[in-house]
Design a protein around this ligand. Structure first.
Ligand SMILES: [Zn+2]
Length: 182
């Protein structure tokens, strides 16, 4: 009885730490890596519930729009039957690009949480600061650096493996095996 009471009255009101949802976004990213996609994952959260998930599918779909954030937003909008995701937060493993910050702003989302920085394309801190650009009519509170080490490791590991594979292929091309030459 005491435990039930504790759960009902106290736990239900505790906010869920950002790391909890970032773990889920990381799981999405790992799924992308397994399919040979650059590992970026995202989840959209509404009232503490995940209502949209997405991972980078650019290669699979051969579509430049298929970033993790866009797919997660698409899923969330379809779930809520609304393009307005006003009370939703998005968690993404990598600092979003121009397109994705644009999509998050368009969806009027409440908050953005991301993992590691993207020095080459990030539009929150690295290259642009779209979340607090006063010329836009929507402000987007953003928190970066959540589980940044894990998010960055996943990307670094993916590219390290890719380079290794490429070297392997190049080596094989330079020195064809005697069997193939026979
Ligand atoms: Zn993007």
């Amino acid at each position: 009885m005491v435990d039930d009471d504790f759960m009902n009255n106290s736990h239900a009101h505790l906010s869920v730490p950002d790391e909890f949802y970032m773990e889920l976004a990381l799981a999405e990213a790992k799924g992308a890596a397994a399919k040979g996609e650059v590992p970026v994952g995202a989840v959209v959260v509404w009232q503490q519930e995940v209502i949209g998930r997405g991972c980078n599918r650019r290669e699979e779909r051969q579509n430049a729009l298929c970033h993790a954030e866009v797919l997660a937003i698409e899923a969330a909008s379809s779930r809520l039957q609304s393009w307005r995701l006003t009370d939703c937060d998005i968690y993404v493993t990598l600092e979003p690009c121009i397109m994705c910050v644009g999509a998050i702003l368009q969806a009027r989302m409440r908050r953005l949480v991301f993992g590691c920085l993207d020095p080459k394309a990030g539009a929150v801190e690295s290259l642009y600061r779209l979340c607090d650009d006063e010329r836009l009519n929507h402000r987007l509170p953003a928190t970066g650096g959540v589980m940044a080490t894990d998010c960055a490791f996943l990307l670094a590991d993916f590219f390290r493996r890719l380079r290794h594979q490429k070297n392997h292929v190049q080596t094989a091309e330079r020195w064809p095996s005697p069997v193939e030459g026979a």
